[in-house]
Design a protein around this ligand. Structure first.
Ligand code: ADP
Length: 396
């Protein structure tokens, strides 16, 4: 079976067509600037030339059709007929407390995705538009929703409840949900497999460090805590997000600068984090270059980030009553050997030892700890699309 994986953002659409016979990616690509001037499709068919088409995309319906046309194109295509697509797996941000697993989309599921618009105001509407566009473009082909929050639904109340008035939870569903669930699920399962751990008796910490970053504590394959909360703003400082702060700062600066709460939240989401501390960039490659060239603020940004990652790992070792493996993944986790070293150095007291040579190598799933390290440290490239495709196949 061939499965189309779609990840719709407010103005973008990422896709992969995966042949589940061998889990090979037949084609992948991206529509950018949907609903704006200068919309462009970039289509990369396996074994063929990349194809770039600038063409108006007034909405996601048009974008989905362009993707299908590209997949079936006589020159750049990889399939002859849309009927070859057995199912579509959609990345959907938020399912609130409704779903802890992926699900085949029907009217009820769409209603839940709609109900969760207030919890995921940027993503859920775009995700639903993507689903409805596929329903129209591929009638009869099942759509599966794979939720970013689902993996974290196994957290116990002591991990997901905030210590705020209880009716906020009862009336407004205010609690911690966590995100990047598909990645945490994929990487924790792969870490258990790779390290030869007993799935029913394993303690794994996954560090998903990218432009957005989150950490999760996974006990016997189930998430018991994660660093993002009601929204992706909580937890680690990120490319442009502040992560945890004293909430009183919002009131203090809003009063000083005459800003609204919405304006303050926009600053905390888009103009904070590594970008704000360094004053230069949200990209860790630039921060590393800056630090190498003696830029004190780039160095401080990296120090703040790694210190916070280490503090979360420390707290999750306590939450798990120990740890068997720590896995690094995503753009920074997979590529930034300096960040990994700066994080792991905090744990030398407990006999966790980094193998510097392995840490500096690039590649696929691998150990970066020494053979006598008390805990296994791994780099596991995440593959959210493959996880979505696997879950979609299972359900259809
Ligand atoms: P997201 O999915 O959250 O947008 P990614 O997981 O793709 O982000 O991570 C993107 C980030 O990874 C970039 O902003 C960059 O900081 C970082 N990154 C990518 N390659 C490298 C590298 N070779 N060294 C250090 N950081 C890198």
């Amino acid at each position: 079976m061939k499965i189309l994986v779609l990840n719709c953002g407010s103005s973008s659409l990422k896709y992969q067509l995966i042949d589940m016979e061998n889990e090979e990616v037949l084609a992948k690509g991206l529509c950018e600037r949907i609903g704006q001037d200068g919309a462009v499709l970039t289509h990369k068919p396996e074994g063929k030339e990349k194809y770039v088409k600038e063409t108006p995309m007034p909405d996601h319906q048009v974008a989905v059709q362009l993707v299908l046309d590209a997949l079936m194109d006589t020159e750049h295509g990889v399939i002859a007929d849309a009927k070859e697509i057995g199912a579509v797996g959609h990345r959907v941000l938020h399912a609130g407390q409704k779903y802890s697993k992926s699900i085949v989309v029907d009217e009820k599921v769409k209603a839940v995705i709609r109900e969760c618009f207030p919890l995921g105001p940027l993503h859920n509407p775009a995700n639903l538009i993507g689903i409805e566009a596929c329903e129209k473009a591929l009638p009869g082909t099942p759509n599966v929703a794979v939720f970013d929050t689902a993996f974290h639904q196994t957290m116990p109340p002591k991990a997901y409840m905030y210590a705020v008035p209880y009716n906020w939870y009862e009336d407004y569903d205010i609690r911690r949900y966590g995100f990047h669930g598909t990645s945490h699920a994929f990487v924790s399962a792969r870490a258990i497999e790779f390290a030869g751990l007993d799935p029913e008796n394993s303690k794994v910490i996954v560090c998903h460090l990218g432009n957005g970053s989150s950490i999760s504590a996974v006990l016997n394959g189930k998430c018991i805590d994660t660093s993002m909360g009601l929204t992706p703003l909580e937890g680690l400082p990120m490319g442009t997000r502040s992560g945890d702060i004293d909430p009183a700062i919002v009131q203090f600066v809003a009063n000083k600068e005459g800003k609204s709460v919405d304006e303050m939240l926009n600053i905390l989401n888009k103009k904070s984090g590594m970008l704000a501390v360094s004053g230069k960039s949200s990209d860790f490659r630039d921060l590393n270059d800056g630090m190498d060239n003696g830029d004190e603020r780039c160095k401080l940004a990296l120090e703040i980030f790694c210190y916070k990652v280490a503090k979360y790992i420390g707290s999750y070792i306590a939450a798990l009553h120990g740890v068997d493996a720590i896995a690094f993944t995503a753009g920074v986790g997979e590529n930034d050997s300096v960040v990994r070293k700066m994080v792991i150095e905090y744990f030398d007291y407990m006999g966790i030892k980094l193998d510097e040579e392995e840490n500096n190598k690039r590649g696929d799933d691998r150990y970066i700890s020494t053979s006598d390290s008390s805990v296994k440290i791994l780099v596991i490239p995440t593959n959210e699309e493959l996880r979505i495709a696997r879950e979609t196949q299972e359900l259809v």
